[in-house]
Design a protein around this ligand. Structure first.
Ligand SMILES: Nc1ncnc2c1ncn2[C@@H]1O[C@H](COP(=O)(O)OP(=O)(O)O)[C@@H](O)[C@H]1O
Ligand SMILES: [Mg+2]
Length: 233
């Protein structure tokens, strides 16, 4: 199973959310967990992982660091075991390797927020996925829509519901023919806990604050549980 985190917008939380999921899933889930970082601009998953290793915290996942081209990714795909749980951190821009990661993935998560700048670029990303999916269908003479799971991050913690932004993204469905937009119902709040945890190479669950003062942990755990259910893990 290949789970892809993608959005061409930087700073929406692709690496942060992926990081937290991997640290927590690698404690809970029996499958081999592998991570591929193809967001060449930052290599930030690798940096987080280095801090974690230095702090001698458990790293029950494997960073696959020999993938830099589309061909490398196809080779990996042809040889990996289907029972492995592979996560890809992708910048999402429209290039060969990113397009291939969209094509090969079984489950695509697109983090975004309610900020206008994030919404604008996320719409461009959805159009890109729509195009990739259209091409793939034309080649194979099929009609399978690619599902894009929208995950809201950086939401003000005072908000009790975000129906307006959920329904906005639902309304975008009619603009595309080859993607299926699914909203992840829980969301992640904007809180300094994410930066604090990353500085120590930890997940927000591992932060030494109790659950009442750890909104990062509370909102992350709801999202983790929802994603785990969606992935049948
Ligand atoms: N919910 C959040 N609240 C506060 N800061 C966050 C949150 N999510 C991510 N961040 C911070 O925002 C920055 C950018 O996030 P990152 O995951 O690197 O984005 P991307 O991978 O999409 O470029 C990081 O410093 C990260 O710690
Ligand atoms: Mg990143």
């Amino acid at each position: 199973m290949i789970v892809l985190f993608a959005n061409q917008k930087g700073g929406v939380g692709k690496t942060s959310i992926l990081w937290n999921l991997i640290v927590e899933f690698s404690k809970e889930i029996k499958s081999n967990i592998k991570v591929i970082d193809i967001d060449n601009e930052r290599k930030s998953f690798q940096m987080l992982s280095n801090v974690r290793e230095k702090n001698q915290l458990s790293c029950n996942y494997k960073l696959v660091d020999n993938i830099s081209t589309k061909t490398d990714l196809i080779d990996f795909y042809n040889n990996y075991k289907a029972e492995d749980l592979v996560f890809i951190d992708s910048g999402g821009i429209d290039n060969d390797i990113n397009a291939m990661s969209v094509y090969l993935s079984d489950f695509l998560i697109c983090p975004t927020s309610e900020k206008l700048a994030d919404i604008k670029v996320t719409k461009q990303f959805l159009a890109t996925v729509d195009k990739i999916s259209e091409k793939a269908n034309q080649k194979a003479n099929t009609y399978d829509k690619k599902t894009v799971h929208i995950l809201f991050n950086n939401i003000e913690s005072s908000k009790k519901n975000i129906e307006h932004i959920k329904s906005f993204f639902e309304s975008l469905q009619s603009s595309y023919n080859y993607i299926n937009i699914v909203i992840i119902q829980n969301w992640i709040v904007n809180t300094v806990g994410f930066d604090n945890a990353e500085a120590e190479g930890k997940s927000v669950v591992e932060l030494n604050t109790n659950s009442i003062t750890n909104p990062a942990k509370n909102s992350f755990l709801r999202v983790r549980d929802e994603i785990r259910k969606l992935l049948n893990l």
